[in-house]
Design a protein around this ligand. Structure first.
Ligand code: C5P
Length: 201
């Protein structure tokens, strides 16, 4: 039987870390759906039409090493507002969600659009300054040259675009458990997520 966990939320709220830990804990497969939009964004920056890029996504593109840069993140959020790009990625995500053995999908519209029937839904969030601080440290650790203010402006711009778009805007599903990680350690956030999923099992 399939068991789908939907984890949505704004940029750098801790979705990725929580999703990986949850998938590990329950032995579920994990799909970072942001990576799909980042791959399409990266191809748009290379000059490919975004809709065509979404229709022809390959494992090779998804494995590109440059998908975590701030430039690609901004491009991802631009292509993610295009209904034809979103439509081209639906089947792949739903097939992943339905796999036997359980699946965790993290993104922006998993609980609202991709898997409205998901067994467990979490909306992971944190204040924008906390999220920018975390992302800034992550980028600095990787040697990316940037400033906190730049990362904060970037995070806010992406949040605004993701929330204001007409196609599958970022918002918590009505039945999602909201997890504000602003004051939580990673361990606390993971434990809270596991607790919420256990309750839905
Ligand atoms: O999660 P991540 O920051 O990697 O996502 C990059 C961008 O992809 C987001 O800013 C958002 O615009 C888009 N996205 C989306 N729907 C998803 C996952 C990501 O629109 N399910």
């Amino acid at each position: 039987m399939s068991f789908t966990v939907a984890i949505d939320g704004p940029a750098a709220a801790g979705k990725g870390t929580i999703s990986r830990a949850v998938a590990d804990h329950f032995g579920f497969a994990h799909l970072d759906t942001g990576l799909l939009y980042r791959a399409v964004g990266a191809r748009m920056l290379d000059g490919t039409d975004p809709a065509e890029a979404a229709e022809t996504l390959t494992q090779e593109t998804l494995a590109r090493g440059d998908l975590r840069t701030p430039e690609v993140a901004q491009a991802a959020s631009k292509v993610a507002a295009m209904p034809e790009v979103r439509a081209a990625l639906v089947d792949f995500q739903r097939a992943f969600a339905a796999r036997a053995g359980g699946a965790v999908l993290d993104g922006r519209d998993i609980g609202t659009v991709i898997c409205p029937e998901a067994a467990a839904k979490l909306f992971v969030t944190a204040s924008d300054t906390v999220r920018a601080e975390r992302r800034y440290r992550e980028l600095a650790d990787k040697g990316v040259e940037t400033t906190f203010d730049e990362v904060l402006a970037d995070t806010r711009e992406r949040d605004t675009r993701d929330s204001a778009r007409a196609a599958a805007p970022l918002r918590p599903a009505e039945d999602a458990v909201v997890l504000d990680t602003s004051q939580m350690s990673i361990e606390e956030a993971v434990a809270a997520a596991i607790g919420a999923i256990e309750a839905a099992r």
